[in-house]
Write a protein that binds this ligand. Sequence first.
Ligand SMILES: *Cc1c(COP(=O)(O)O)cnc(C)c1O
Length: 378
Amino acid sequence: MTARAEIVVDLAAVRHNVALLRELAGVPVMAVVKADGYGHGAVRVARAARAAGAEWLAVATLDEARALREAGDTGPLLAWLTVPGERYDDVLAAGVDVTAYSVAQLDEIAAAAARLPEATASARVQLKVDTGLARGGAPRAEWPAFFARARAGETDGSWRVTGLWSHLACADEPDHPANDAQQAAFDEAVDHAVDAGLEPGLRHLANSAATLLRPQARYDAVRVGLACYGLDPAPGVDHGTDLRPAMTVTSRLALVKHLAAGDSVSYGHQWTASAPTTVGLVPLGYGDGVPVAATNVAEVVVEGKRRPVRGRVCMDQVLVDLGGDTPPAGTEVTLLGPPGDGRPTADDWARACGTINYEIVTRLGGQVGRTSRRYVGG
Ligand SMILES: *Cc1c(COP(=O)(O)O)cnc(C)c1O
């Protein structure tokens, strides 16, 4: 390895996870590959997910959907995050299911659908309702007008409504009362849609946590993101599913030096050696996705031993305490996995940094250009 840092993504692990989730769910899987596949690389993960039986892919933005189509993916694909003035024409023509939350958005989609060439199949629109997350999705008060507009567009040939969906706020806490409340609200939304003359099409509610922990929320499909990458969406809640983390992050010591008792390190001198020791310079920092919150708390592995981060994480560099050992410069540093032998996991980083495993992999894996990404198991 000559790179300063390397992200290795194990596509066999992705396939294993997706196949496991497909079997567990018993309904079609939408593999969520937004944010460049949570830092793993959307196109490669998408292919692995399809190969392992994911019927659908899902992304947030239309640009993310375009990137998958440009890479040759032609299968069912859902996108859900748009802004006023969004350009829908090409994604509708490419058979992407777009998500609407409001009458205004349906009006914009209708205008784009009217411009589609005659020979193109009709636009595909999924309707998202807010059942208690209070994020995207039509609020309950707007359901009558929203469903009526959706039905009118169906009648005038603008689109086909292909799905009705919502998103849970507390799926990682299976006993949280919000889960039952949201699911009841979702069932009501389905009834309202039917009353408005719509066929709801694919009904979906579950993210990774609900897929693993709430079988009754699986409906007609599940939208699984984090679990496809082998990470636990509800750390500490047992679900007995053998997920395999797909991402490994390694670097190499750039320099090893001695410190005397009383020497302080990095910006702000936020750590001072209480006894003589050695430190290693790891040439990665927050510009590479290492959280500043890792300052003095996260750990890496060097020569099989856990080594704590010392001093403030910089943009490009961080120091680790080598406890008097002097491995040569160039020695491998493992920041993340593969699992086992005490190597740090995304959960270890998340706990240390006061964040969630989602953010750890999305940031560390998402700096392509600074770090290189390599695929194995393809
Ligand atoms: C990100 C996202 C998902 C996937 O969530 P995971 O917890 O990663 O499984 C599903 N649905 C929506 C709407 C999302 O934004």
